[in-house]
Design a protein around this ligand. Structure first.
Ligand code: NAP
Length: 295
C-alpha cells in the first residue's frame, strides 16, 4: 500500500474542525498512518476515544506532537500563542506545523516566532464550517467541494506547502494559495462582517420591548431566522476572530455602514430606482454562488 501523506498526524483541539479532519482522514485513507488527538477538555477526550476517530488521545499538547511529522492547530485563534509555546520544544525535526484558524495575519504574528527553525510552518484555513461546535458536530464530508486557503509566509519550503495543499485536496477541498493580508480582507467581507451583523441584529431584536420580541420569534421565518443560524455560532471562537482581524473587519464595517446609510437615504426620499438596483445586485450575487456550487 502507498505511504500515507503523514506518518503521524497530531490534531490539537478536537472540536468541529479537528474532529472533522480526523473523521475525513479515517474515511478517505492515505492521509495519516496514525492520528493523535489532543484536547484540554476531558469530556472531549473521552468522547473522541468513544467515537474511535483517533489512534491515541492525549491531554498534553507536547506529548501529542512528539514524533509527529504533521501537526494541525484546531483551537480558537486566541489560544494559538499558548499552544505554540507549549509544543515548540517537543516538535520533531522537519515536522510540518499547520492550523485551521480563521484569521491568518494574527497566526503568523502569534505562532511563527515561537517555532524552532527545524520545522516548517504552513498556515491554512478551510472555508467550511457550521454553527455547531464540539467533537459531535464534526463530519467526514465537511470539506468536500469547499475551498481551503493556504497562506504560507514568504520563504516557506515549497515541499511543505505542497504537502499541506495535498492534505486539503485529499480531505476533499479545492485549494488556493493566498497572501495572509489578502486572506484577512477577503474573509472580513465574506465571513466576519456577516457574523458581526447577525450577532448585532439578534441583539437588537432581543433588546426590543417584550411584546415585540415575542412577535419576532413567532414570525421569524420572514428573514430573521436566517440570521439566527449564523448567530448561534461559538462565542469564544468568534470573539477571537473579531479581535484578531480588527483592522480589516473595521474597514469593511465602515464601508457597510456608509452603504447602509445610502440605503436609508433612498428609503427616506423614496428613491425607488436606487432600492431596486441594490436588490437586483443581491439576486445576481446569489445566482453566481449557485452557479459556482458554493450555495
Ligand atoms: P470548537 O468546536 O469550539 O472546538 C475548539 C476546541 O478547542 C475545543 O475542544 C476547545 O476545548 C479547545 N480550546 C478552546 N480554547 C482552548 C484553549 N485556550 N487552549 C486549548 N484548547 C482550547 O471550534 P471549531 O469550530 O472547531 O474551531 C477551531 C478553529 O477552526 C478555530 O481557530 C476557528 O477559527 C477555525 N475555523 C472554524 C470554522 C467554523 O465554522 N467553526 C471554520 C473554519 C475554521 P473546550 O471545550 O475546553 O473549550
Amino acid at each position: 500500500m502507498a505511504e500515507p501523506l503523514f506518518r503521524r498526524l497530531a490534531l490539537i483541539g478536537l472540536g468541529l474542525i479537528g474532529s472533522s479532519i480526523a473523521r475525513a482522514a479515517r474515511a478517505r485513507g492515505g492521509i495519516a498512518g496514525e492520528i493523535v488527538a489532543c484536547d484540554r477538555n476531558r469530556a472531549v477526550r473521552e468522547r473522541v476515544a468513544e467515537l474511535g476517530i483517533a489512534d491515541r488521545v492525549e491531554a498534553d499538547p507536547a506529548r501529542a506532537v512528539a514524533g509527529a511529522d504533521g501537526v494541525i492547530l484546531c483551537v480558537p485563534v486566541g489560544a494559538f500563542a499558548d499552544v505554540a509555546a507549549t509544543i515548540a520544544p517537543a516538535l520533531a525535526e522537519g515536522a510540518i506545523v499547520s492550523d485551521v484558524g480563521s484569521t491568518k495575519q494574527s497566526v503568523l504574528r502569534d505562532v511563527a516566532p515561537l517555532l524552532p527553525p527545524h520545522v516548517h510552518f504552513v498556515p491554512a484555513h478551510p472555508l467550511a464550517g457550521t454553527e455547531h461546535s464540539g467533537p459531535d458536530a464534526g463530519f467526514a464530508e465537511l470539506f468536500e467541494g469547499r475551498w481551503s486557503l493556504i497562506t504560507p509566509p514568504s520563504g516557506t519550503d515549497r515541499n511543505a506547502i505542497e504537502k499541506v495543499a495535498e492534505l486539503w485536496a485529499r480531505l476533499g477541498s479545492m485549494v488556493e494559495i493566498m497572501e495572509p493580508g489578502h486572506h484577512d480582507r477577503v474573509l472580513a467581507i465574506v465571513s466576519h462582517l456577516p457574523h458581526l451583523i447577525a450577532f448585532t441584529i439578534c441583539g437588537t431584536a432581543d433588546d426590543l420591548a417584550d411584546e415585540t420580541r415575542q412577535q419576532v420569534l413567532k414570525f421569524s421565518a420572514s428573514g430573521f431566522r436566517d440570521f439566527t443560524r449564523i448567530a448561534a455560532s461559538d462565542p469564544e471562537m468568534w470573539r477571537d476572530v473579531f479581535l484578531n482581524n480588527r483592522e480589516a473587519l473595521l474597514e469593511m464595517l465602515a464601508r457597510f455602514t456608509e452603504d447602509a446609510q445610502a440605503m436609508a437615504r433612498a428609503v427616506r426620499w423614496g428613491d425607488a430606482g436606487y432600492i431596486e438596483d441594490k436588490i437586483r445586485r443581491g439576486r445576481v450575487i446569489r445566482r453566481s454562488l449557485i452557479e459556482l456550487k458554493q450555495a
